[in-house]
Design a protein around this ligand. Sequence first.
Ligand SMILES: C[S@@+](CC[C@H](N)C(=O)[O-])C[C@H]1O[C@@H](n2cnc3c(N)ncnc32)[C@H](O)[C@@H]1O
Length: 280
Amino acid sequence: MEPAKRQDIEIDLFMRALQQCHGYDFSEYAAASFKRRVQGLLDHFGLANVSQLTERVLHCDDLIPDIIARLSVPVSDMFRDPDVFARLRRDVLPVLASYPHINIWQAGCAHGEEVYSLAILLTEAGLYERTQIYATDISAHALDVAREGIYASRDLQQWAANYLQAGGQRTLSDYFHARYGHIKLDESLRRNVVFAAHNLAADAVFCEAQLILCRNVLIYFRPPLQRRAVALFRDSLVRGGYLCLGTKESLSFTGHAGAFTVVDGSSSLYRLADVDSSSV
Ligand SMILES: C[S@@+](CC[C@H](N)C(=O)[O-])C[C@H]1O[C@@H](n2cnc3c(N)ncnc32)[C@H](O)[C@@H]1O
């Protein structure tokens, strides 16, 4: 049998073991990037083939958080795509301001850089005190890092520039303490954030939100899983609520585009239409 064919079978068995033993379903993830991450796991554990990895999945429960962390791609930045944050500041926050209480769901929050960016945006708009942010991810390890709010300062210059480009009203350094090559975001930014495990491939709707951000997550999914995730977002949004995807993502092939209007295509910012037109 060709080695590539053998590896496809092994990856299939690995996914089944993860799903049946631990409830993580990766069968609808884009194959090429998933394979790369499986190869990364083999390198990390010094294993010769995927079958040896499957054995770990079957017999070593304590390795699962590390395996899930390495299968996910927790890459992010503060004020990543600053024009998107400028757009949220300008067009979305004034609408959110009309609600007495604001719920925001950030799905696929990775290490939390975007969560804190959003908290800063809301603070400067005078809205943070009446906002609850639900920040979720599939990876327990990523959520632990996000909760801590401590980051290496190597990207700080870029983050400070992003913050200003996003319309920041102060300087980014007003929101953290720097020490030993790291920064720690202010406690006040975390006060209204709940970090929680949520799997877009398996879990259900859990809140009613005025704004949902799910940026740079759908690119890792095949169309059926994209459809599932967007259906969750649609069902979680209040009427007229906003959905913000990654700049390389869109609703076009999800089957749910008709439920939303496009607010700004370049920011992948959408708004849930009236109930009548959203029954897709
Ligand atoms: C590239 S990061 C995106 C981070 C941030 N939203 C941004 O755009 O900078 C993708 C995140 O999606 C998470 N993820 C992948 N599959 C998921 C799923 N099924 N449910 C929830 N989160 C998932 C990964 O763990 C990872 O942290």
